[in-house]
Design a protein around this ligand. Structure first.
Ligand SMILES: *Cc1c(COP(=O)(O)O)cnc(C)c1O
Length: 388
């Protein structure tokens, strides 16, 4: 079977050497080889989180990392302001509610990023500092929106609440500076911008969050970060780790750093820019607002006469190009085109060409070649067609 091209917002296409790493013989997870593996992974992750502190690796998908952040930093009854901007922000808030936190939702229109001034006003309205925790999504994969984490950091620091960040589809594709910006708990996962298989999440805490973790009243066992940190300092994980996924993550992070973080970040932005202009030229409307576009996922509604489900099915079945639809209320309204993973410019061009064909076959009015031309213009920096 020919390889499908995944343009999902996770999991993503994984490079051959990373896939091959999965097949290495298993090792003793309490032995020196594993300690070396875990050390390499955490050293590779530290600059991407932007922290000098411990980065803890967990055997779970990203959501397990989010649960870990809540369970170790917040207690039942804590007042929490959730600044979600979509489906994954909602999930983070729901986890906090499940742990007994009193969650208030700071609303942002879908497609927009958090308005720093509006958030500042809300936080000024808390003179007694009753809000203990603030939940944020660095990059909201359901709406193709990125928050400006540097700009928000100033507002949040002034208030002083603990800040918990879902950067599952952010870190690796976007600059993140946990220590400098002063974020307290930051979570990411293996199957997004690092282009590794799913199954591992990673979390880092600030010094004051570690102090909280020693005293919070939330019950936890598997996801107890104190146990994880104690084990990590001995080169171990507390429970049996997903060793093959860690082999693959190690290989993926080596590839990532061989490319270099600034190049990898620029690559995601370049791909997203090309995809956005191609889709717009083909008659799509961007779902994310200007200024809030994500580098890792482009969310757009197709031209009016096009049915999302039929389009995605055709792309998958006829062309082996796999994109996502929307989640929840956006299910039939948008397509989501992920830019993460082991894909090159020619893969993006192939996907755009397949999109044009699928649109034409489903009866949409598209001028053949306009999407590809837009992507080529974006990649080459040259205008190849169109009116002056
Ligand atoms: C993918 C994603 C998640 C969910 O991660 P799982 O690994 O599926 O648990 C959460 N938040 C964001 C922003 C994501 O992109």
């Amino acid at each position: 079977m020919p390889r499908e091209l995944l343009f999902l917002p996770g999991p993503v296409s994984v490079a051959q050497p990373v896939t091959e790493a999965l097949a290495q013989p298993l090792i003793d997870h309490r032995g020196p080889e594993f300690a070396g593996l875990l050390r390499r992974i955490t050293e590779a992750l530290r600059p991407l989180f932007g922290t000098r502190g411990d980065v803890i690796v967990l055997g779970s998908s990203g959501t397990g990392g989010l649960e870990t952040a809540i369970a170790n930093v917040l207690s039942p009854g804590d007042r929490v302001l959730s600044c979600g901007v979509g489906f994954f922000g909602d999930r983070f808030a729901t986890i906090a509610e499940n742990y007994g936190c009193a969650v208030e939702r700071f609303e942002t229109a879908l497609g927009s990023s958090v308005d720093a001034l509006a958030l500042e006003r809300r936080l000024r309205d808390d003179p007694r500092r009753e809000i203990v925790g603030i939940l944020l999504t660095h990059n909201e994969t359901s709406t193709g929106v990125a928050n400006d984490m540097a700009a928000l950091a100033g507002v949040l620091r002034e208030h002083g609440a603990l800040t918990l960040v879902d950067s599952i589809s952010g870190i690796g594709a976007s600059d993140f500076r946990m220590d400098e910006w002063g974020y307290d708990a930051v979570v990411t996962a293996s199957q997004k911008a690092f282009a590794a298989p799913p199954g591992v999440s990673m979390i880092a805490l600030s010094e004051r969050a570690w102090q909280r973790a020693a005293n919070v009243r939330s019950s936890r066992f598997y996801f107890d970060l104190n146990a994880a940190r104690t084990a990590a300092r001995q080169g171990q994980m507390p429970w049996t780790p997903p060793i093959p996924i860690l082999f693959a993550l190690d290989a993926a992070l080596q590839r990532y750093h061989a490319e270099g973080a600034p190049h990898a970040q620029a690559r995601h932005a370049r791909y997203a820019g090309a995809v956005r202009s191609a889709l717009e030229r083909m008659g799509f409307t961007m779902f994310s607002q200007v200024g809030a576009h994500s580098p890792t996922v482009v969310a757009a509604s197709p031209p009016e006469d096009v049915e999302v489900g039929a389009l995605l099915q055709r792309l998958r079945e006829r062309y082996g190009v796999v994109l996502s639809g929307g989640q929840g209320t956006l299910a039939r309204k948008i397509v989501r085109f992920g830019t993460m993973g082991d894909v090159g410019e020619k893969d993006i061009l192939a996907a755009i060409a397949a999109m044009e064909l699928a649109l034409l076959e489903t009866g949409a009015r598209v001028v053949p070649g306009v999407g590809c031309a837009a992507a080529i213009e974006a990649f080459s920096g040259r205008v190849t067609s169109g009116v002056a």
